[in-house]
Design a protein around this ligand. Structure first.
Ligand SMILES: Nc1nc2cc3nc(NCCc4ccc(C(=O)O)cc4)[nH]c3cc2c(=O)[nH]1
Length: 369
């Protein structure tokens, strides 16, 4: 059975549904925990599963450098390697090359770079990225290789960049081999913050034809308002019957505003990275557990939560763990935050199904201001 995306309900532009894949169903709107180096940092797979996540994100850039694509294939692929048997989406590597690698050389063919780990030289082309994702890592949802246009680019620079990404999208589709029975290929829309270029990029990708459409080039410093304005002009250009994935987003309020505009899928390192630094998200907004006010707080973060990390340890205990720099603190707050993100997605799915999304959105905007 191939991929099927079914919308069960809409509420304005917001929609809720299911992306069915051979490895399992993904309830949308969906949040994907980031498992960059074959692990969701500080979490066991069972803990990640317990939060309700239906799909994880992996990074081709990190995995190709360590343990290496061919080694990963010899070890049975990423699912077997990390013990996750549900769907995995992998980012194609271009964004991480720009944010992490040294000595990059970009040509029409692809991007040559030196590993941030050991300085070894690597070349990432659309064809190699597809081979890594589809054949060696074995991910279920594969991203085209693209260039993430930097925020602050001129209209002309953004046009040149989106046209490169469109050519790489075409090459990715050819390398992927049209359609595959058990894997999906997503295109990535660029165009920075220019409405005409976002439409141009979407049109180019629609004419190539993808199983889903990601919105790239955001969460790169443009800020919440400009992100929302860009979504306002980009989402309507995307096919209704295909999933829409906003890459790298975001804070809870970002998720609410993007779902309101019709986005179906998200990924962000924020809940796990902030968790490792003592920041816990709650329905009343974020708290930092290292603050002295929690030193003798006997209550858990959320006694009503189904997540053990949220309902069992007192804030005083979590405060202690961070003060003592105990590893368990990082695990418990990462676990809590991922549980909170999944609860937020579940609340949005339920609200859309009941036609009450705007009530939920208004309440959360008021609380999170
Ligand atoms: N292929 C591809 N991948 C992308 C990944 C992205 N990730 C982002 N933003 C991440 C923002 C981000 C970065 C760090 C932290 C933290 O440390 O907490 C949080 C959010 N924007 C992104 C844009 C693209 C893109 O166009 N193309």
């Amino acid at each position: 059975m191939r991929f099927t995306f079914t919308c069960h309900a809409t509420d304005g532009h917001a929609r809720t549904g299911v992306l069915s894949t051979p490895r399992g169903d993904i309830r949308t709107p969906a949040f994907m925990p980031v498992g960059t180096a074959a692990t969701v940092k500080a979490m066991s797979i069972d803990q990640v599963k317990s939060t309700g996540a239906d799909i994880l994100l992996g990074n081709t850039y990190h995995l190709m450098l360590r343990p290496g694509g061919e080694r990963l294939a010899r070890l049975g692929g990423l699912h077997h390697f990390m013990g996750w048997d549900k769907p995995i989406l992998t980012d194609s590597g271009g964004f991480q090359v720009w944010s992490l690698a040294g000595l990059r050389k970009m040509t029409e063919a692809g991007v040559e770079f030196r590993s941030h780990i050991d300085g070894s030289r690597h070349m990432l082309t659309p064809e190699r990225s597809i081979e890594l994702q589809a054949d060696l890592i074995g991910s279920d949802i594969i991203m085209q290789l693209d260039e993430c246009t930097t925020f602050g680019s001129s209209h002309e620079e953004a046009l040149v960049s989106l046209e490169l990404s469109a050519r790489w999208g075409e090459r990715s589709k050819v390398a992927f081999g049209g359609t595959r029975a058990t894997q999906a290929l997503f295109g990535i829309v660029q165009g920075s913050v220019f409405p005409d270029l976002r439409k141009r990029s979407a049109d180019a990708l629609k004419s190539i034809g993808f199983d889903g459409y990601a919105i790239g080039g955001l969460a790169v410093g443009e800020g919440h308002q400009l992100m929302c304005q860009t979504l306002d002009v980009t989402v309507p250009e995307l096919p209704m019957d295909r999933p829409r994935y906003l890459m790298g987003v975001g804070k809870p309020i970002d998720l609410v505003e993007a779902v309101h505009r019709g986005v179906d899928m998200f990924d962000c390192v924020l809940p796990t990275r902030a968790g490792r630094h003592g920041q816990a998200w709650t329905w009343d907004g974020p708290i930092n557990i290292r603050n002295a006010r929690f030193a003798e707080d006997p209550d858990p973060i959320d006694p009503t939560s189904t997540c053990p990390a949220s309902s069992r340890p007192s804030k005083a205990y979590l405060h202690h763990l961070f003060k003592a720099e105990e590893i368990l603190g990082q695990t418990l707050l990462s676990w809590h935050n991922l549980g909170f993100y999944q609860d937020l997605m579940a609340a949005m799915r339920a609200a859309i199904a009941k036609g009450q999304f705007q009530d939920l959105r208004a309440r959360l905007r008021q609380r999170w201001g």
